[in-house]
Design a protein around this ligand. Sequence first.
Ligand code: TRP
Length: 460
Amino acid sequence: MAIDPAGGPQRDTWGSKTAFVLAAAGSAIGLGNIWGFPTVAAQNGGAAFLVIYLLAVALIGAPVMLAELVVGRHTQRNPVGAFKAIMPGSAWWLVGALGVLTGLMILSFYSVIAGWTLAYILKTATGVFGPDADTGAIFTNLAGDPLQALFWHFLFMVITIAVVVKGVRDGIERWTKVLMPLLFVLLLLLAARAVTLSGGGEGLSFYLNPDFSEVDGRVVLAAVGQAFFSLSLGMGAMITYGSYISKNQDLESSAGWVTGFDTLIAILAGLIIFPTLFHAGLDPNQSGPGMVFVVLTSLLSTIPPAPYGGIVFGTGFFMLLAIAALTSSVSLLEVVTSWGVDEKGWTRKKAAWLIGGAAFVIGIPSALANGAVSWLSAGWPQGPDFLSFMFVVWGQYSLVVGALLISVFVAWVWGVKAAGEEVGADGTGFTTEKLWRFLIRYVCPIAILGVLWTLIEPLF
Ligand code: TRP
């Protein structure tokens, strides 16, 4: 237990550095890696996207991760309270407020996709994905049926709320310790199977042979946005998680580990999805929110011995994916809940149920946007389905704007000196301080502004 420096209520802290790294990695690793990354990469040209993504993670993601953690540990507050604590009487708390709102919105559609993973546990366990299975139709039947889509969305949200009600130590920590490493091993095995499929080579070259001719501002924005989404940055999740870190833990290496793990898992997911996509003869440019589910399940029937290999691997995989999604959705709800507890004075229980309930309701149109209601599914008058629309607005744009403001705040308002002192406060020093200062002061704001500008510029 750490004592709030301002004399407020006592706050939970993580049990150890490993526990924190795993919990933060649990927040970062989720549908964003296994569902989001391949989907966005497919829509944005494959390998060229991967290169830009890796640059975005290294040059922008990692420094912003450290910036968020340091604000959190320094203030031991939720995102709104953290800005108020460092800059009292200013308008900077609005950045935290934007983050809280963004968390609520992301949670609303995240739970829809995570609900599909729950349904898929049942489907794989009962052997639905044999060699003759029409994996596309199975997805359409699930996501296009309003009752099923809403039921799984509801169930997943209730589980998320139940975990958050229990609090940091008992709720979040316990899950991640064993299950994250297990997910990693399973992904390695699936990747080994996927790259050896016939036609897999074509998928690998789509994924690994960059063609930069089609890269434009939109692709770069998608890469930067995806990096923030995948690393859980830009809305204060890492401020909140950082607020539970005790003063003697090494922030710098924690940030490095979380960023590294998360990126590794995303790359692995691509190694599974792209070879299988080409093996199954699907078109990456046509990929919507269901693509990863369709592609993954068509991999299952190729795992020997049929049908048991697919059943065992598939069930195990979707269970782990659901848990990875849960440790992420928990972090989303945790941010908004900690705001309700600290700023509104609600009990944790009341905050989690109220906010989780609101996220369920806001998520209803997203749940109905994959075939159940046609105008939500097709977009109006045209354009993406409602879920994809929410993903782009809240999961990409809002995070990019949030990360810009957070990096400007830490670099120029609070100041790199004060932030650096907090990083070094654990006594392990701050090895990459010069590099971090340069990245957070110049590279992050300028690169993010540049990306936003390429989108706004055509309007003038
Ligand atoms: N990073 C998670 C994923 O990849 C999703 C997530 C959890 C998130 N918390 C977040 C995204 C905070 C943005 C901000 O699935």
